[in-house]
Ligand binder design. Structure first.
Ligand code: HEM
Length: 174
């Protein structure tokens, strides 16, 4: 088996573990809030648990993948074989970010006219900026002559991922 295939397999495993951990983390928070004393027990079906608040679920994938892609791109400066997995992570992160934007727009309506509307607007603007830089980063990583600049876009994207996520967390949890 070639070195890059082994690294790709390893990265996919790490990504899956990260995804399971992050979704488990958010699920346990919801369960904890349901179990608070005085909170009436709420029955939820598996169907509605899977389809409700899709944005809150979908965001973990692009965030996790973008972070892994950044780690791999950084490692590629020192070690051979990390470039290719980083590029694939970026491609899936970009596809996931499009999903995050679509589901986010679908969930933003409930905040219209409310006290958190301005945070939603800021979050949406940051998300569009992040989608843009992630797209350019992906493009630069795949086009050989532009590859040297990719890490700069990576740094900007990481900062925007953190800022967008922070604002999203404030919207969801106050
Ligand atoms: C047009 C784009 C987007 C819009 C309109 C939007 C809107 C929203 C809304 C309304 C919430 C609150 C959800 C709730 O009621 O619980 C939220 C949460 C969140 N969003 Fe976005 N979003 C967008 C894109 C993104 C992107 C691209 C990311 C990835 C970096 C992201 C990360 C988050 C995070 C981390 C949360 C908190 C989720 C939680 O703690 O459960 N959003 N977003």
């Amino acid at each position: 088996m070639r070195m890059s295939s082994r690294i790709t397999g390893f990265v996919v495993l790490i990504m899956l573990a990260l995804f399971v951990f992050l979704t488990g983390e958010s699920a346990s928070r919801e369960i904890a809030s349901l179990a608070e004393p005085g909170t009436p027990h709420k029955e939820i079906s598996l169907g509605s648990a899977l389809t409700a608040h899709l944005h809150n679920k979908a965001i973990h994938l692009p965030i996790g993948l973008a972070i892994v892609a950044f780690g791999l791109s950084s490692a590629a400066f020192k070690f051979d074989g990390f470039d290719q997995p980083a590029r694939w992570c970026l491609l899936f992160a970009f596809a996931g970010a499009i999903g995050a934007v679509i589901t986010g727009l679908g969930q933003a309506g409930v905040y219209e006219g409310g006290g958190k509307e301005w945070i939603v607007v800021a979050h949406r603007t940051a998300a569009y900026a992040m989608l843009g830089t992630l797209g350019v980063w992906t493009l630069f990583a795949w086009i050989r002559p532009l590859r040297v600049w990719a890490i700069v876009l990576g740094l900007v994207t990481m900062a925007l991922v953190a800022f967008t996520g922070l604002l999203g967390g404030i919207i969801a949890h106050g």
